[in-house]
Design a protein around this ligand. Sequence first.
Ligand SMILES: Cc1ncc(COP(=O)(O)O)c(C=O)c1O
Length: 428
Amino acid sequence: MKITDLSTERRSELLSEMREKYEMFRSYGISLDMSRGNPPREQLSLNGDILNAVTDPDDCLSEDGTDCRNYGVPYGLREARELFSQLIQVPADNIIIGGTSSLNLLFDTVSRAVTHGLAGSPRPWGKEEKIKFICPVPGYDRHYKILEYFGIEMITVPFTGDGPDMDQVEKIAAEDPSVKGIICVPVYSNYTGDVYSPETVVRLARMETKAADFVVMYDDAYVVHDLYGVPAETPSFYDECVKAGHPERPVIFASTSKMSFAGGGICCVAFGDKNLELAKKAMAIQFITHDKINQLRHVRVLKDLETVRERMNRFGSMLLPKFEAVEETFERFLGSYDIAEWSKPKGGYFICFRLRYGGARRIVEMCTQAGVKLTPAGAGFPYGKDPSDSYIRIAPTFPAVDDLKKAAELLCICSIMVALENNAPLEV
Ligand SMILES: Cc1ncc(COP(=O)(O)O)c(C=O)c1O
């Protein structure tokens, strides 16, 4: 049974307690950054095997004899494409290996669509009066920044726990020809940790769209990043699109940024046959080759899906205590007040903290003043504007467990203070 709100007396007592604690935190002079999802040092230190996989300049041949020290094989070593093929469930022939950043490939894909169009485009997107994209929220800020940069209008759709609200997605895509796509992080979504259910994946593949060149930008950044050693099973989006008769719909990205070195790994993009040809046509002009020595280093160590999973299980077990420390601290300090809820993701890099009564901006600012830097409030929404001012993204992967406990406690203190100051009910 839900018991009533705190008494007025208890509320003012609690507020004084929290203010005192907050001032104490400020006096500690801590300095912590929980704003971005960086792999922890202890994980990066285990990557010596990758650094040391190619040490002899005369040992740089790929399996088919390609000399990785030289130009050539612009779309990536066969074994690198086969590795990603297992990770993202796309035929190796439809995969292109990029440089060190999948975000870069996403930017380029949108850029090409704007200047030249995609398979099925009546004209380049830049020649249309308006282009719109569906954005499940809260989501990845850098995705929104790319869309904003190209002047693409963003339509937000909420998450349901199984991915975006597909009733809304289907309706928007079916009605409006200027809606050219949706941007998705299907596994351990960046912010909420949602894993798209098989039904969501199939509906995304099958849905009718008014735009003939509608694409699903499917960012598989966290496809093997499980915290509990249990793989997130999703059907092959690529296969589902082919089966549904929409072979040009999927544009799938992945990278090893959180398997090897952040911004220093290898990455890929996958397309249907026609979009693949269009991409290659542009890329043939854009570069001569990517860094195949880095590809060689990675494939010699990461080898195949099974080897990757073993590695990621080791990394996951290093990250899990960090996630647990944050979740336990939230439960301990906020469990008895019904003012916030938080995700308990099974993988990925983030915990999503939601305030029932808003105040996110103020809380993030207070934490910053006390030495804990968080992702700016609103970052999970297009244009940095969270209409309910209620979401805060926690990135627990980099700091040490003890620091995380302190930072999470500070966040709880600020949340209680702001709830009290805003006269929100604190149920017990
Ligand atoms: C969803 C998502 N996509 C892409 C990236 C960046 O990937 P990359 O380092 O391959 O550019 C990140 C990094 O945090 C991410 O969260």
